[in-house]
Design a binder for this molecule. Sequence first.
Ligand code: NAD
Length: 89
Amino acid sequence: MENLNIALIGCGMIGREHIERIQNRIRGAQVVAVCDVFEEGAKKGAEIAGAGTKVYTDFNEAINDPDVNAVVVTTPGQFHKGPVLAAIK
Ligand SMILES: NC(=O)c1ccc[n+]([C@@H]2O[C@H](COP(=O)([O-])OP(=O)(O)OC[C@H]3O[C@@H](n4cnc5c(N)ncnc54)[C@H](O)[C@@H]3O)[C@@H](O)[C@H]2O)c1
């Protein structure tokens, strides 16, 4: 099976937990890009994900990164629609 290279959108409390879990406890998947509307938040996510993680503040750019082939959306519920529809597209 193809390795999942994940862009994680929304580096808040649950997003950071997911990053840690994906990097350390899930085989065949890694977070290669993180995105938060607040750059500082995205940088915190990237610190957890590790060296080389790409940092975005625009979810469209993260989703369209050529290295990305899967998306995890961990924004608050009212902000799910935009990144989820962009990922499906
Ligand atoms: N915290 C928990 O224990 C927990 C548990 C289960 C489910 N959830 C669910 O997870 C979701 C997120 O919760 P949280 O506690 O992590 O919230 P949070 O506010 O800590 O984090 C959300 C992050 O999403 C970012 N964000 C918002 N809109 C964005 C956008 N358009 N693009 C990029 N980033 C964006 C915010 O800047 C913030 O950093 C909620 O729907 C919540 O119900 C949370």
